[in-house]
Design a protein around this ligand. Structure first.
Ligand SMILES: Nc1ncnc2c1ncn2[C@@H]1O[C@H](COP(=O)(O)OP(=O)(O)OP(=O)(O)O)[C@@H](O)[C@H]1O
Length: 814
């Protein structure tokens, strides 16, 4: 049987043990141990240094007697501590030597948390620079404090003073400190920072290379350690060959032994050297792989967004119109808004209320008045035992007795055990848009889409968030303040939102109300491509726009799905943090607000064609930032249908003519008892608030739109996706020869995704909407996708590639 050569075996063992040590050093355990070691050592240094500053002088004489056990050291960490401190503090950098301890601690932490080597190196660069700067600065101190600067700091300081004088050195140090701070904390001048960073990166790279070379040379050492193995063997084999040539006799014991050895060696010659080579190659490969691992592609990808944010800052959607100025307050008119309380009026009303209630045998325990801009709320605490429903039932009688318009009884006031009677003031005060816009509440609101609607009965500014509503239904008889209300909503948003953050789609069948907003078309409006006017007045265009908004909604949902977020806010936050790649179709999404001024008119002329997309948008669009504001004069049930109502939880009712209308809008009475001129009831599903709408006049709107319109704008209005009408659709017998050259690719994408949408093709093939739409038509003609189903994705009629090949093959055969 073949026997191993002992010397060879030893060498193989050494190589193996080296390999295993090397492998161990790369394990997580070894790294953890090393991390903790560095941290402990940093503590050790710290204690030694502190101790050095108190006992260092006494230890001076013991320094060179490291091995002499008879000599004791005063340093808390003994002679070793004393020597280390002497080296780093006295002979080195003085008090700045603590930075070494700090750096060691940091490196230990970095290793434990598996930070990249380059980070550790960068941190050491900073640390060492700071150390030298500090120690040279301390060199300014008188000689008796030389220990604070250390020999290095003192000498450099001395040397530089000879050269550039004390003042020169002070300036130099100041500059260097400044530069250090700028670089370290990236305070200013991006380019400067980037430049220095590049240099630093190059330095890091060099270090890395040096290290890689070091690793490679280590590996090479190991490799070379194993190479003699084969050359030894070779020598031996040559020797063996000569032995064979000698043809030894069996009687020669030693020869027999050698022959045996030869057999074994021959075997080794055949196998072992191969093995050795294999192991060399594997080792080399291992080394190479490790070097590539240092490049850590994975972690670069993970930190790409962080890096981008670090280099360029967060994405700023407002950058294109960075100099955009929000309208100023002085564009809005100021009115005298001090509410004058007429004590006589209050007293007279109170007496009337008490008397009327007395007639119905309702005793009052207490009465309190809150005077608002247009109405006064009398809060009544009835005597014990009076049933609230009794007062509620007497509403009309009380109103009659008080012979005043607009009496509304709130019995009981939600959250309070009192009854409220709202009586209009004889002299009402106008609530100006100026006062609500300039209010602290509005200015400091952190809402997504804040709307300053007006003032409450207690004269507080009433601000609501359109993004939370999420859609608003507005109704009121003609001349009661609806248009002013709409203008107030739009004005609020113009004062708070940058053109990059919000876009309006304005529908104005009356053609007069919203015309002024034409001036801000390229700032704030969205429109269909190839449409002249951004403000839509024509019913057909309204239908197209609504369907286009549905497509925009679907596209946005696709983007949200891709980005794995639930709503527009999260999406935009992620986009701003540069976590979404614009090359994948991602972009900053502005809120889109669809305002329809005369809804009844549209329903009358277009019916279901308008109702269906509106209902769809209302149901689904909240998460992707499309919000609807629909106003109507006629709040009848055939205009505000069940499906619309169900999806518009926020409602504003101006004065209406009948209780039924009030019920249609608010699901409660009250709107018929309002006094008009902007007096409104607002509900977001629960309680009803009475608000005096802020008044904004046409000249004010004109000034605001002029102010915005005169500023730099985008090249065009925000483009909504193109909507191809069913009727205007192409004929389906499209010639095979006329097919787009991306037809096959498009078909494969659709079949793979099993989803027939143009937006999918747009994204995957990076096409414009028109071309994607044409492709879909061709796919439909080829029988790959089904017919048009509104804004829903089309059905895919081909299951897999085999079926697709079959279908297209058949076509060619025909
Ligand atoms: N908030 C308000 N404060 C004071 N006056 C108001 C307010 N709102 C409306 N008015 C007065 O009511 C008038 C009619 O308002 P507005 O034009 O908004 O009515 P409307 O409901 O839009 O009418 P239509 O439906 O016929 O267009 C205004 O010209 C103004 O004088």
């Amino acid at each position: 049987m073949a026997k191993r050569n002992p010397s060879l075996k030893n060498k193989t063992d050494t190589t193996e043990s080296k390999q295993s040590i090397f492998a161990f050093l790369k394990t997580k355990q070894a790294q953890t141990i090393f991390g903790f070691f560095l941290m402990s050592f940093s503590f050790f240094l710290c204690i030694a240094f502190i101790s050095f500053f108190s006992k260092g002088q006494e230890d001076q004489s013991t320094l060179h007697h490291l091995s002499d056990r008879a000599i004791k050291s005063e340093n808390l960490l003994g002679k070793f501590g004393a020597n280390l401190s002497h080296f780093f503090i006295f002979r080195g950098f003085g008090i700045a030597g603590f930075i070494i301890a700090y750096q060691l601690f940091l490196s230990g932490l970095f290793i434990l948390f598996k930070r990249k080597l380059s980070k550790i190196i960068v941190s050491w660069n900073y640390g060492l620079t700071a150390m030298i700067l500090c120690s040279v600065t301390f060199g300014f101190l008188p000689e008796k404090y030389a220990v604070l600067s250390g020999v290095i700091g003192f000498e450099i300081n001395d040397y530089l003073i000879d050269f550039i004088g004390k003042t020169g050195l002070t300036i130099l140090l100041f500059f260097l400190f400044l530069a250090y701070v700028i670089v370290r904390y990236k305070i200013t001048f991006d380019q400067l920072i980037n430049l220095i960073k590049e240099k630093k990166a190059a330095f890091t790279h060099q270090n890395k290379q040096a290290e890689e070379e070091h690793i490679t040379s280590n590996a090479a050492e190991e490799v070379s350690a194993s190479i003699p193995l084969s050359s030894d063997k070779k020598k031996q084999s040559e020797f063996e060959k000569s032995v064979i040539d000698l043809k030894p006799t069996i009687s020669k014991h030693s020869d027999t032994h050698k022959k045996n050895e030869k057999i074994r060696l021959t075997v080794e010659e055949k196998i072992e050297p191969e093995k050795a080579t294999a192991s060399v190659i594997t080792d080399e490969k291992k080394v190479e792989i490790n070097i590539e691992e240092i490049a850590e592609e994975k972690s670069v990808a993970e930190n790409l967004s962080d890096k981008l944010v670090k280099d360029f800052g967060e994405f700023d959607p407002t950058l294109e119109l960075a100099n955009f100025k929000f309208p100023t307050f002085n564009l809005l008119k100021q009115y005298n808004e001090t509410i004058s309380i007429d004590p006589e009026e209050l007293e007279a009303n109170k007496d009337k209320i008490v008397e009327t209630l007395k007639n119905y045998k309702i005793g009052i325990a207490e009465i309190k008045a809150t005077v608002g801009p247009t109405i006064t709320l009398y809060e009544i605490v009835p005597e014990a035992g009076i049933r609230i429903s009794k007062i509620k039932n007497l509403e009309d009688d009380i109103a009659l007795s008080l012979s005043a318009l607009g009496i509304r009884i709130i019995a009981p006031i939600p959250g309070k055990g009192t009854i409220g009677i709202e009586v209009p003031n004889q002299k009402s005060t106008v609530v100006s848009m100026h006062s609500v816009i300039s209010s602290k509440k509005f200015q400091e609101s952190s809402m997504e889409l804040p709307i300053a609607l007006g003032k409450t009965i207690s004269n507080e500014t009433f601000v609501v968030d359109l993004a939370k509503m999420p859609h608003l239904l507005m109704a009121g008889a003609t001349g009661q303040g609806k248009s002013v209300g709409l203008n107030a909503v739009l004005t609020s948003l113009l004062y708070k939102k940058h053109p990059a953050e919000v876009k309006f789609v304005l529908v104005d069948p009356k053609k007069v109300e919203l015309t002024l907003f034409n001036k801000i078309e390229r700032h704030y409006l969205a429109k269909l491509p190839d449409v002249e006017e951004a403000i839509i007045t024509d019913t057909t265009k309204v239908v197209h726009t609504l369907n286009s908004l549905c497509i925009e909604m679907d596209n946005r949902y696709d983007l949200l799905k891709l980005a794995m977020v639930r709503n527009i806010k999260e999406y935009n936050t992620k986009f701003k943090a540069r976590k979404l790649n614009p090359n994948d179709g991602h972009q900053f999404l502005p809120y889109i607000i669809l305002v329809i001024d005369e809804f009844a008119d549209l329903i009358m002329t277009a019916g279901k064609e308008v109702e269906t997309p509106i209902a769809r948008l209302a149901q689904l669009a909240r998460a992707i930032g499309i919000h609807l504001i629909v106003a109507t004069q006629r709040p009848s049930v055939n205009v505000i249908t069940g499906i619309i109502k169900a999806n518009f939880p926020a409602r504003i009712a101006f004065r209406v003519t009948s209780k039924i209308d009030s019920r249609t809008i608010l699901d409660a009475g009250g709107a018929d008892q309002l006094i008009g001129r902007g007096d409104l009831l607002y509900t977001a599903g629960n309680e009803i608030n009475r608000i005096q709408c802020a008044f904004v006049d046409t000249p004010e709107i004109e000034k605001i739109t002029d102010f915005i319109g005169s500023q730099k704008a985008y090249a065009e209005a925000y483009q909504l996706p193109e909507y191809v009408d069913d009727d205007s659709g192409t004929t389906m017998d499209i010639d095979i020869g006329d097919r787009d050259k991306l037809f096959r690719d498009a078909a494969e994408i659709i079949v793979t995704a099993q989803q027939g949408s143009a937006s999918l093709l747009q994204r995957k093939l990076k096409l414009g909407y028109n071309r994607a739409g044409r492709l879909i038509d061709q796919l439909e003609a080829a029988g790959i996708v089904g017919g048009f189903e509104g804004s829903k994705a089309r059905q895919v009629l081909v299951q897999d590639f085999v079926a697709l090949d079959h279908l297209l093959g058949n076509e060619q055969g025909n």
